[in-house]
Design a protein around this ligand. Structure first.
Ligand SMILES: [Zn+2]
Ligand SMILES: [Zn+2]
Length: 244
C-alpha cells in the first residue's frame, strides 16, 4: 500500500494534482490517469512494483490510482513468466484480477483475506495466482468446475464479493488480436459483474494426521473412514452405497 510513501509527498508540489483528483469520483480518476502519473511515479520508486495501481484515502474518499503503462507491462510479464507463454486466456485472468482489484479495493493477498473461486482450470487462473496471491497451497483458490470463464472474488475482512463473468465475444478475432483486445479494453466491456450465488467456504483448517491402519500412510482426520473397525484412508476405503 502506497499510503505511507504518499504522506512523504503531501507537501510537494507534485501532489497537488493528486489532491485535486481526490475530490472527484474514482471513475473520473481512471480517465485522468495521465494527470496523476507523475505522482504515481514518485510513489512507485519505493514500492516493489507488484501493484498495478494504488489506493489512497484522503478526506474519507477511497481512491484507486492506476499505474502507468510501464508498470502494467511489468505485471503482465510476471504473469507470462509464471504461466510459460502469453495467450488470450491468460489475458482474461489478468483483466479479471484487475477488475477485482478495482471493484473490491483489494490487492495481492499475502494471507487468505482474498479468496478466488474459479469456475475453470484454464490459463487465466495463473494470472490470478500471480496478481492476487490466490493459490491452491494457501487455500484461497477454490475450484468450482462449471467450466465457465467466471471468477468470484471474496474479501473476508469486508465481506464483499463479486462474480466476474466473461461476456461472449461478438466478433471473430485471431489469437493475437484477441489478446491485445482483452489487455486494452475497459473491464466493463469484457465482463459482466454479478453477485456469487454460493457461499464462501470457511478458512482453511489444520487437522490431526491419522495413520491409515491398512497402508500406513498419514491423512488428515476428515479424510479418514472407518472400515471393519479400522481407521483407513480414502485409497483403502471400499465405499458402499445403495443410494440412487
Ligand atoms: Zn495459456
Ligand atoms: Zn490407506
Amino acid at each position: 500500500m502506497a499510503y505511507k510513501s504518499l504522506e512523504k509527498y503531501l507537501n510537494s508540489s507534485a501532489l497537488c494534482v493528486v489532491a485535486d483528483c481526490c475530490i472527484v469520483p474514482c471513475r473520473d480518476i481512471l480517465t485522468r490517469t495521465r494527470d496523476i502519473m507523475i505522482n504515481v511515479d514518485l510513489i512507485r520508486q519505493e514500492d516493489d512494483l507488484s501493484h498495478d495501481g494504488y489506493f489512497i484515502s484522503i478526506h474519507g474518499l477511497f481512491l484507486f490510482l492506476k499505474g502507468d503503462e510501464k508498470m502494467i507491462k511489468k505485471l503482465w510479464e510476471k504473469c507470462v513468466d509464471f504461466h510459460g507463454h502469453e495467450c488470450p486466456g491468460l489475458a482474461i485472468g489478468y483483466k479479471a484480477s484487475q477488475a477485482a482489484k478495482e471493484k473490491l479495493k483489494i490487492d495481492f493477498s499475502k494471507d487468505e483475506d482474498v479468496v478466488c473461486i474459479t469456475e475453470n482450470d484454464a490459463c487465466g487462473v495463473d494470472a490470478i495466482q500471480v496478481l492476487l496471491g490466490c493459490s491452491f497451497g494457501k487455500g484461497n483458490l477454490i475450484y468450482r468446475g462449471t467450466g465457465k470463464q467466471a471468477f468470484s472474488f471474496f474479501h473476508r475482512p469486508t465481506n464483499q464479493s463479486i462474480r466476474i463473468v466473461l461476456k461472449p465475444f461478438q466478433v471473430e478475432m485471431g489469437r493475437e488480436e484477441r489478446q491485445a483486445y482483452l489487455l486494452n479494453a475497459p473491464v466493463e466491456e469484457i465482463f459482466e459483474f454479478k453477485s456469487p450465488g454460493f457461499q464462501l467456504p470457511e478458512r482453511a483448517r489444520l487437522f490431526k494426521t491419522i495413520i491409515c491402519e491398512n497402508c500406513g500412510e498419514g491423512a488428515p482426520e476428515h479424510k479418514i473412514r472407518l472400515m471393519e473397525d479400522k481407521k483407513v484412508c480414502l485409497d483403502c476405503f471400499k465405499d458402499y452405497s445403495r443410494e440412487l
